[in-house]
Design a binder for this molecule. Structure first.
Ligand SMILES: [Fe+2]
Ligand SMILES: [Fe+2]
Length: 217
């Protein structure tokens, strides 16, 4: 597998790149979200998703950075309210895992939690609706509605190409890394939207293939 974009020519989380644009401080949003972040490793997944979103935002200055970033931070907090015993069985290992009831539930609960915590973080209804419009259907809706939506969708998928997300995917799907590689190249890569997101996906994946020896294992 040959990729145009590698760690050598791409700014991405996996090679230590950090955002370059000035971004609004959202530490208070993290603190408000923290009680909802332990389930399904979201205290790992959500910070990585935000960093990927910021690296994409660096390349798309016209996008609303605050809407994008708050949506990225909160998109999966709804997992904290679904029946945890069903997450792996229905959300990952069923034939229709991408559109399963539990997937829809985590999107709806995520919107609920955003509406509960964001007013206390100083955000108005108009802003909160922009955020929930992105969270709603982020996994189960096949199309993106806006550039901010596209950035969150790409950032959400990007961790799967990184060794951390690739490893968790192997565990959650109950499959070896080689199967996850097939899912990434056969499905997830084709869902990536932004040029920066595609470049980072290729760079991360080329590195993960080397780290996990997926050329032979
Ligand atoms: Fe999700
Ligand atoms: Fe996610």
């Amino acid at each position: 597998m040959e990729f145009t974009h590698t760690m050598a020519n791409t700014r991405t989380l996996g090679n230590g790149a950090l955002p370059v644009r000035e971004y609004t401080n959202v530490d208070h949003v993290w603190l408000a979200a923290e009680p909802f972040m332990r389930t399904r490793m979201n205290d790992v997944h959500l910070p990585m998703t935000l960093l990927y979103a910021e690296l994409i935002l660096d390349t798309i200055p016209e996008a609303d950075e605050l809407v994008t970033r708050v949506a990225a931070m909160l998109h999966d907090v709804g997992w904290s309210r679904v029946d945890e015993s069903k997450i792996l069985e229905e959300g990952f290992r069923s034939d229709n895992f991408l559109t399963s009831d539990i997937r829809v539930q985590h999107e709806i609960f995520g919107c609920d939690i955003a509406r509960e915590i964001l007013p206390g973080c100083g955000f108005d209804d108009e802003f909160i609706t922009k955020v929930t419009d992105i969270i709603d259907g982020h996994d189960t809706r096949p199309v993106s509605h806006s550039i901010e939506d596209s950035i969150v969708r790409d950032a959400d998928r990007l961790w799967r190409f990184h060794p951390t997300g690739l490893g968790f995917s192997a565990e959650w799907f109950g499959k070896p890394p080689q199967w996850v590689l097939g899912d990434l190249t056969g499905r997830v890569m084709g869902e990536m939207i932004t040029p920066a997101g595609i470049a980072m996906a290729e760079a991360e994946l080329s590195q993960s293939i080397k780290i996990f020896r997926l050329d032979i294992l």
